[in-house]
Write a protein of this length. Structure first.
Length: 223
């Protein structure tokens, strides 16, 4: 167990290091623009629509990236209570600056472990492009949902997107890109499949919906 924990911690450190300030500066154009649209075949607009359907006035954003979607989505209230959670202080600072108008709270937490969210409760939680980065295999990584549930109100919506290795149609380009990012420690999704994701959602939520866009599974679930 100790060796597994150490390996997970090393993978977490690699994942955090991958999102440096220079990487985040290019993230919107490179990842959400070019790679999502042309490699994964899931345009950012499809994910933004996911936010618009599910985001609430008390929202938890896990792995906020640059804050791109929080900056653009339509909150149901002009003054939403937004909490950002990530292991990377650089990510938290970058996203926090972008949506400073909402005065978000920023908490440095490991979502693969039970979390102290300072008593906050939420009506929505997003994990967009997070699951495929988590330094754990499937189905173990889906424990992230278990760590969110204690902080969610009945009827809360959990949503996001993730690049899968199995159960979706890869092109030679997407397979090449995925394998490269796995070797670099950016992605940890070689065991992730559509069936495992569906089972994780089915066993934890009252209802869920999955839609495949290229190599990306967009998911929506209700507590």
């Amino acid at each position: 167990m100790g060796h597994q924990d150490n390996a997970a911690e090393r993978d977490s450190a690699s994942a955090v290091a991958a999102y440096s300030a220079p990487v985040l500066a290019a993230y919107d154009a490179l990842v959400l623009g070019a790679v999502s649209r042309f490699v994964w075949r899931c345009p950012a607009g499809d994910m933004l629509a996911l936010y618009d359907r599910n985001v609430s006035a008390r929202h938890l954003e896990v792995g906020p990236g640059t804050g791109y979607f929080l900056d653009r989505c339509r909150f149901p209230d002009p003054g939403p209570q937004v909490t950002l959670v990530d292991l990377s202080p650089t990510v938290l600072a970058t996203a926090g600056r972008r949506i400073a108008r909402y005065r978000p709270a920023a908490l440095r937490r490991d979502v693969l472990k039970p979390m102290d969210l300072q008593g906050r409760r939420f009506d929505s939680a997003a994990l967009n492009y997070v699951l495929h980065c988590l330094p754990s295999g499937a189905p173990e990584k889906f424990a992230v949902f278990d760590h969110l549930l204690p902080h969610l109100e009945p009827g809360a919506r959990v949503f996001g997107g993730t690049v899968l290795a199995h159960g979706v149609r890869h092109t030679p380009l997407s397979r090449l890109q995925m394998n490269l990012l796995v070797r670099q420690g950016v992605l940890n999704n070689t065991e992730d499949s559509l069936d495992l994701l569906a089972e994780a959602l089915r066993t934890r939520f009252t209802r869920h919906r999955l839609a495949v866009h290229g190599t990306v599974a967009l998911f929506e679930a209700v507590v």
